[in-house]
Write a protein that binds this ligand. Structure first.
Ligand code: GUN
Length: 283
């Protein structure tokens, strides 16, 4: 019998502890904390994410600064804004919502955000620190997945961990975080010869490929922890993960739903990184 991993509940408890810690630091040390969120263009999914980030800031007690820029914003205008925010003491974290319109260079944008304010942990300096295992910020989605696994009480050390997907934002850092916890980690991707066989080895299976219902119950080991990072919009408007929930749940010991699993955790971890950044002003 599977147990559902309630991402909303875990996220609420992380955000509540952040709210408490920030309130106390405001009171005792006069600490302020602010997050700047930049969105360029009109992508509907991005607009929803940005609105949720703003709401989370309010709930935790952060100031939020929103920059909604038109789709024809130039590279120079965007870099000028980032430079201004890098030098603004009220801004502890800077997040530029991806994807950007095609004419803008995402790599250049990421590289221009100060690593100290890079609460996404996308800057090469922060990525390098994660590789070494000596970091200030963890990327929000993989860090959220780690919290969800921790919430099950299942030990990672020595377990077979399979990550499906090799993106810079999720798959690669996810594998690294599982490795830091002494998991035996395999990364699968579109060229993997026998995906089903690989997945069936997993005690902990993390799907982050963006292919609706790719992972079916026959690919899940009996008793596995199954984490679904997928957020796919189907033609009928419904959200669906990378895991076929109805069949996978019959095998899993713990499984995340979509929505309500990993999604809420990404934002909670963003709040955590923003607080971490603000706290460096106390030193
Ligand atoms: N687009 C989708 N997920 C993310 C994220 O975690 N950070 C940013 N900046 N953009 C995203």
């Amino acid at each position: 019998m599977y147990k559902l991993i309630d991402g909303k509940a875990v996220s609420a408890s992380v955000k509540e502890s952040i709210r408490k810690e920030l309130a106390e630091l405001k009171e005792t040390k006069g600490l302020t904390a602010g997050l700047a969120v930049i969105i360029v263009g009109e992508d509907p999914a991005s607009k929803v994410y940005v609105r949720n980030k703003k709401l989370a800031c309010e709930a935790c007690g952060f100031e939020s600064f929103e920059y909604a820029l038109p789709a024809d914003t130039t590279q120079e205008e965007l870099l000028n804004l980032i430079n201004k925010l890098n030098n603004d003491d009220k801004v502890d974290g800077i997040l530029c919502q991806l994807p950007l319109p095609k004419h803008l260079d995402e790599k250049l944008v990421i590289n221009n955000i100060s690593p100290k304010k890079d609460v996404d942990a996308f800057h090469p300096e922060n990525v390098g620190q994660i590789m070494i295992g000596d970091y200030n910020y963890l990327p929000c989605t993989p860090a959220g997945v780690m919290e969800l696994i921790a919430s099950t009480g299942v030990e990672i050390s020595g377990k077979e961990c399979v990550v499906v997907g090799r993106s810079n934002i999720v798959g690669k850092p996810m594998a690294m975080l599982l490795l830091h916890q002494s998991g035996t980690v395999t990364i699968c991707h579109s060229r993997t010869k026998d995906l089903a066989e690989c997945c069936r080895r997993a005690d902990i299976l993390v799907a982050a490929v963006g292919v609706p219902n790719l992972i079916t119950g026959d690919m899940v080991k009996e008793g596995a922890v199954v984490i679904d990072v997928g957020m796919n919009r189907l033609d009928n408007g419904k959200l669906c993960g990378d895991v076929e929930f109805e069949t996978a749940k019959e095998k899993a010991s713990y499984i995340t739903p979509v929505p309500g699993g990993v999604g809420p955790m990404t934002i909670a971890m963003l709040m955590k990184n923003t607080l971490t950044s603000a706290k460096t002003k106390l030193k």
